[in-house]
Design a protein around this ligand. Structure first.
Ligand code: OAD
Length: 256
C-alpha cells in the first residue's frame, strides 16, 4: 500500500525512520526536478515540450536525417534556455543528501547538467548531456571551440567526417543508452536499500525499469511528484508536491 502525504502534513516518524536508516540510496530524477528552474517537462499537458513539439521530428535519428537544421536549432534553443536558468533547491538538496548518506548514487534522465552544477559528484546521465556535441557519423566529441567558430551555420559540419554533422550528445528515441552508464545504474539499483524517484512520469524505459529492479531486490521506495506516475504503485511513500519543496525537507529530516 502506498502512503500519500502532501506538503502540509506533519512529519511522519515512519518516513523519518526510513530515511535515517538508509545506508545505500539511489535518487532517480526526471524532468520534473528541473521544472522549478524553468525548464519545461516533456509530458505535462499544457507546458510539456511534447505537447508543443513533435518528438519524432526533433528527437529521433530519422528526424535529424530529414531536417538537421531544424533539430540543431531546436537544441540550440533548449541549450540557451538551460544556460539562462539554474539549479533549484531540489538539485541542491540531492547534493546535500550525498554528504550525509555514505553510498548515494544520482541517476538522471535529464540532460541539463544541473545536478553537477548543484554539487552532486557522480551523476549517471542516462540520456546524455545537451551541452556536449558529437559527430553524427563517428560519435566523436566536437570541441566547443569548433562550434563557436561555426556558430553562424545550421546544421554545423563535423570536424571528424566529411559527411558528418554536429549533433547533441543526447539519446534519441530508437537509440540505445550507453552500456556502461546503464550497467552502473542497474548495479546501484540492485544494491540500494532506498530508492527515491523524483519528477518522472516513469513511462520511458529502460530508465523506468530501474526502480522496478531496486524494489525487486528489496529496496523501499519514496516517490516525489505532484501527481501519480506509472511508478507510484511501487512506492511505499508518495510525497505529493514539488521536488524543490520535498527534497530539502528530506535533508532536514537527516539533519535533525
Ligand atoms: P516527463 O515530462 O515525462 O514527466 C515529468 C514528471 O515530472 C511528471 O510526472 C510531472 O508530474 C512531474 N513534475 C512536474 N513538475 C514537478 C515538480 N515541480 N516536482 C516534481 N515533479 C514534477 O519527464 P521524464 O519522466 O523525465 O527522453 O521523461 C523521461 C524522458 O522522456 C526524458 O528523459 C526524455 C523524454 O522524451 C529523451 O529525450 C530520450
Amino acid at each position: 500500500m502506498t502512503r500519500s502525504i502532501g506538503v502540509d502534513a506533519a512529519l511522519d516518524p515512519d518516513l523519518a525512520r526510513l530515511l535515517t536508516q538508509a545506508r545505500s540510496v539511489v535518487v532517480l530524477t526526471g524532468a520534473g526536478v528541473s521544472a522549478e528552474s524553468g525548464v519545461p517537462t516533456f509530458r505535462d499537458a499544457q507546458q510539456g515540450l511534447w505537447a508543443r513539439h513533435d518528438p519524432m521530428a526533433l528527437a529521433t535519428p530519422e528526424g535529424f536525417a530529414r531536417d538537421p537544421a531544424l533539430v540543431w536549432d531546436w537544441y540550440q534553443w533548449r541549450r540557451e534556455l538551460i544556460a539562462n536558468t539554474a539549479p533549484n533547491p531540489g538539485h541542491r538538496a540531492i547534493a546535500e543528501l550525498a554528504e550525509r548518506i555514505p553510498d548515494l548514487v544520482v541517476i538522471t534522465q535529464n540532460v541539463d547538467g544541473f545536478h553537477q552544477l548543484a554539487g552532486s559528484g557522480t551523476v549517471l546521465e542516462l540520456h546524455g548531456n545537451i551541452q556536449r556535441s558529437i559527430c553524427s557519423r563517428t560519435r566523436r566529441d566536437i570541441p566547443p571551440s569548433w562550434l563557436h567558430e561555426h556558430a553562424d551555420r545550421s546544421p554545423v559540419p563535423s570536424p571528424h567526417h566529411p559527411h558528418g554533422l554536429a549533433r547533441p550528445d543526447v539519446v534519441w528515441f530508437g537509440e540505445t543508452l550507453d552500456e556502461v552508464v546503464l550497467g552502473d545504474a542497474f548495479a546501484a539499483a540492485q544494491r540500494c536499500d532506498l530508492m527515491i524517484v523524483a519528477g518522472t512520469s516513469g513511462v520511458v524505459h529502460p530508465a523506468a525499469s530501474i526502480p522496478v529492479v531496486a524494489v525487486e531486490h528489496g529496496a523501499r521506495m519514496i516517490e516525489i511528484n505532484p501527481v501519480e506516475s506509472e511508478l507510484s504503485q511501487l512506492a511505499e511513500w508518495h510525497l505529493v508536491g514539488p521536488s524543490a519543496t520535498w527534497l530539502p525537507r528530506l535533508v532536514e529530516i537527516l539533519v535533525e
